[in-house]
Design a protein around this ligand. Structure first.
Ligand code: EPU
Length: 340
């Protein structure tokens, strides 16, 4: 039986920036086996295929003259464990934050620092989401993905994923080829709170919490995030718009000589990561708009939709910000979300 595609579907409700665009063909995917069948049927052959999860890390450039696979595979369960870890699996379509809160209420902590990050479970490993001293790769065990070339359901372990800062092989050689259908996490049985991040430590102190439990950490992170980052349900955005750039030691020394207050983080290889939000702020873009988009007033690294923005508005502001930061600091900013 032919797959029940929908045609000319508006994608505005499915991307958190709220950008306009339609998909010529649209498939609502609810299981890995359904996707395997669809690939093997040959119905996708010759068509451009775009994979969409929670739509919180993509920029829609306009209409998509191809097929959008909207991954909405549900499911979450404890699948096992050993002396040190609980193994917890979730379907790629599960909402990330709801999944994190569920693990905490079940008594399997470890993901609390990643509370309130928008998007789905399946998108988390793609860009190796991270916040407040934790990256998801530190809790990752294995994932399953369907190969769009062969229709095979494959497993990828930590090494296969080539995780980096906001990066994995699913953004490079695996892009457009593997569709993640489930992810399994390894959550530590001997848990300690990760609260070294200044904003988090300060908020815990304000709340008078000395020995935080996992849900306390999650609540605290949610409060800290909410102050700085706009809620996509209210103001269209995709979180950090640029990655924090990494410069070599010499370039950093030059910058430091002129800008002694520059926020930076030394990397193990001697290079230095610089806060892009600070660079954009200093370049005068914090709270400033161009057309229907602007850089957020409380966190200059986040681009926001002031209403009715198009993909072209986004690209125009991105180019202006990159140019000004480059002129002032000689640093080149790289976009974090994927352009589709
Ligand atoms: N800063 C400014 N002005 C601004 C924004 C930031 O001066 O407008 C300064 C801050 O004062 C601070 C430094 O820049 O000294 C860093 O800012 P912040 O602590 O807010 O973190 P970030 O580096 O801008 C990263 C992640 C966020 C994550 C936070 C917290 C990236 C690209 N972004 O932001 O991730 O929530 O750390 O861990 O790595 C995301 O990826 O979508 C995201 C929101």
């Amino acid at each position: 039986m032919a797959f029940p595609f929908q045609t000319d579907v508006s994608l505005a409700p499915f991307n958190t920036f709220g950008l306009p665009g339609t998909a010529k063909r649209y498939a609502d995917i609810r299981s890995a086996s359904q996707l395997v069948k669809l690939v093997r049927s040959g119905e996708l052959n010759g068509d451009r295929v775009v994979i969409l999860g929670g739509g919180s890390n993509v920029l829609l450039s306009g209409d998509i003259d191809g097929t959008v696979l909207h991954i909405r595979i549900p499911g979450r369960e404890l699948i096992g464990g050993d002396d040190d870890y609980h193994f917890v699996r979730a379907g790629a379509g599960e909402n990330w934050h709801e999944f994190v809160r569920w693990t905490l209420t079940m008594g399997w902590p470890g993901l609390e620092n990643l509370s309130l990050i928008p998007g789905t479970v399946g998108a988390a490993p793609v860009q190796n989401i991270g916040a407040y001293g934790l990256e998801v790769c530190e809790r990752f065990m294995i994932l399953e993905a369907v190969d769009l070339k062969s229709g095979a359901l494959m497993s990828f372990d930590f090494k296969d994923c080539h995780f980096g800062y906001r990066d994995s092989m699913f953004k490079h050689e695996g892009a457009g080829r593997f569709v993640i259908t489930s992810v399994t996490f390894r959550l530590p049985k001997r848990w300690t709170a990760l609260t070294r991040y200044v904003d988090v430590a300060r908020e815990l102190a304000t709340r008078g919490i000395i020995d935080p439990k996992p849900l306390d950490v999650s609540d605290t992170i949610m409060a800290v995030r909410s102050r700085k980052l706009p809620d996509p349900a209210q103001i269209g955005n995709v979180g950090s718009f640029f990655k924090n750039p990494v410069v070599d030691a010499r370039h950093y020394a030059e910058l430091l000589a002129t800008f002694p207050e520059i926020p930076s983080y030394k990397q193990i290889d001697g290079s230095v990561k610089i806060a892009a939000g600070w660079l954009i702020d200093q370049a005068g873009w914090k709270g400033r708009a161009l057309g229907q988009v602007g850089m957020y007033e409380h966190q200059a690294l986040v681009m926001v939709n002031h209403g009715g923005a198009t993909g072209q508005d986004v690209l125009r502001l991105a180019a202006a910000v990159r140019r000004d930061v480059n002129d002032r600091f000689g640093v080149s900013l790289e976009m974090e979300p994927a352009l589709i």
